[in-house]
Design a protein around this ligand. Sequence first.
Ligand SMILES: Cc1ncc(COP(=O)(O)O)c(C=O)c1O
Length: 397
Amino acid sequence: MPQIEAASPHVMNTYGRLPIALSHGRGVRVWDVNGKEYLDALGGIAVNTLGHGHPRLVPALQDQVARMIHCSNYYHVPLQEQLAAKLVELSGLTNAFFCSTGLEANEAALKLARKYGHDKGITNPKVVVYEKAFHGRSIATLSATGNPKVQAGFGPLVEGFIRVPLNDIEALKQATEGDKDVVAVFFEAIQGEGGVNPMQLAYMRQVRALCDERGWLMMIDEVQCGMGRTGKWFAHQWAGIKPDVMPLAKGLGSGVPVGAVVAGPKAANIFQPGNHGTTFGGNPLAMRAGVETIRIMEEDGLLQNAERVGAHLKTAFEKAFAGNPGVKEVRGQGLMLGIELAKPCGVLVQRAADAGLLLSVTADSVVRMVPALILTQAEADEIVALLVPLIQAFLAE
Ligand SMILES: Cc1ncc(COP(=O)(O)O)c(C=O)c1O
């Protein structure tokens, strides 16, 4: 079989790509155009909830493609109501808006927060955001992001953000002391791109109480950590709280682009016709992908699987690296795991791929795994067997 070059001379140079071109997949395995097989612990960056080529998702999507891919939001789209009702049931919130990506969902959340303020007579509304946060790459969402590398070259940034450290309620109180313009607090329940940094459950409860006391919206970005990845539908549910606004995307359509903002009573009626919209948002194909993804997750107990296999994987890494000063921490929950090393480790991405394992390194020194939620314990053991020696050898260099 001829070797096919992985190169893209006409595609904009926005990603530092590996010299690999993937061709197809099945479950948590993918093959490149040269026939090399990989175990996929990245899942398209927390997107491929059901893995690749799922035997029940594929025919459902084929059926939907043949019926209707897209119409317009000028009409009612019954599948939107079906997916919205399901997200309402799973979240305990009341209404959903549909878009296609995570940044769009976050952009909509930020617009909701601003209009919430304007409706109360606050003309310069401010939103509290967090250090190391990642919310997307539009101008507003990169302004909310807490990573100078993401912002460099794109100023002036959008105004109206107050940045605070994670898990420090006193810092949040101090930063907002006497500020009547604050309208919302916005964070990821577990930061993804920032290095798999969980918000403490007690902290989330404290923020909930503060938002209630001050009349702020609590907005939780569940784009990466949501949709069952941690073993609950949404990661904040481990804290027993409900946000007012919850952006979703990534895993919601198991690979078909779909985003959503789910809102509770404080935020569900802020947008009125003309305030917000997007051409592709809520199209029948995306909605069917969401409905079928959730149906299969429920039928196959994938939340329980994510929790169980994730705990197994985490324990295996903790054991393997116990007492190794090169490993600072193994953290995360369910199938959202990070291994923080004591030195930058970007080279591990290529080395792991060479060994037949796909993963990513984020925040320079955190090896991140966000595989499909169908991962079995045996497949988790394969990940451990491939990755542990690579990290050990790297740390010994
Ligand atoms: C927490 C979080 N929010 C938002 C985004 C942006 O999503 P998208 O790339 O679909 O715009 C990401 C992407 O990594 C994310 O992890």
